[in-house]
Design a protein around this ligand. Structure first.
Ligand code: SF4
Length: 282
């Protein structure tokens, strides 16, 4: 068996920055909580909780004296305003790439112009970005949603940072037909594009593709979609226990990639598990 791990697999810059900051706070015994799970990886979130930093669902759950850590997805301006009004200190771990989208949206919509976001309406990053717009906001996850939307004559279009490039292009093609005065900002993050491209080329060559990441991690799901298009044996695993039995042959080329919120230690554990399973294979 030949085993390859993608160079761009795992934590991206923004997630690493947020996780390091949260563990720093725990080390300094600063009473703090994260607003929502810090990353889409239950194992790393549990490790953080064990270190003393738990997650809360809303600002109502923040106890007096606690600091709030804002995750890399970013939040709406209303959240900062509420923290200020309630005297809650903030450690802002919004990824600089996401903060840049907030600025684009805020500036462009100052005169009330519309904002189009290509991405998943429920995703916290999208909710946060939408909150910075002054005018109408259209969130378009698919080309079909763009077809049916009543779009205005003037708008800016931005993308969820973890979107697949082909999805963005497909939605954009429809939007271009409908919006006369369109400003396009391609805001898919380079870390995401590199990981996606790498997953694409690995899955073309591999007999078995393993994608490590949380089931609720959107970029892990997108990696899985990408790999399944090219490799019939592509599996998503959250922990080493999820690695499917009986799928590895002795001559197989196996490749591993991982979502942006997958820690290195988990990636290593999965790699060891695959090696053990291959060694045990008949
Ligand atoms: S995927 Fe990109 S934009 Fe999102 S947190 Fe990571 S570095 Fe930032």
């Amino acid at each position: 068996m030949k085993l390859t791990i993608g160079e761009h697999a795992g934590f991206c810059f923004g997630v690493r920055r947020a996780v390091d900051k949260a563990f720093d706070c725990a080390k300094q015994q600063l009473p703090c909580v994260t607003l929502g799970p810090l990353i889409h990886n239950p194992q790393e979130v549990a490790r953080l909780e064990h270190a003393g930093v738990r997650s809360v669902e809303s600002l109502e759950d923040v106890a007096p004296g606690q600091t709030v850590i804002i995750r890399s997805h970013g939040v709406t301006p209303q959240v900062y305003a509420q923290c200020e009004a309630r005297g809650i200190p903030v450690i802002d771990c919004t990824c600089p790439h996401v903060a840049h989208i907030h600025q684009l949206v805020r500036e462009y919509s100052k005169d009330g112009s519309a904002v189009i976001i290509v991405g998943e309406p429920e995703h916290p990053e999208i909710v946060g970005i939408a909150g910075w717009a002054h005018g109408d906001v259209f969130i378009l996850p698919t080309p079909e949603s763009a077809q049916t939307a009543q779009l205005p004559g003037r708008a800016i279009v931005v993308a969820q940072t973890t979107l697949r490039r082909d999805r963005f292009e497909a939605v954009l093609a429809v939007v271009r037909e409908k919006v006369r005065d369109l400003t396009v900002r391609m805001t898919i993050c380079a870390a995401t594009s590199k990981r996606q491209q790498e997953a694409e080329s690995l899955s073309k060559e591999a007999d078995v593709m393993i994608i490590v990441g949380g089931r609720n991690s959107s970029n892990t799901q997108k990696l899985l979609e990408t790999c399944r298009l090219r490799c019939a044996r592509a599996y998503q695993v959250e922990t080493p226990q999820d690695v499917p039995a009986g799928v590895f042959g002795p001559q197989d080329r196996v490749a591993i990639t991982a979502g942006a919120s997958t820690p290195q230690w988990l990636l290593e554990q999965v790699k060891v598990r695959i090696e053990e399973m291959c060694a045990d294979a008949p």
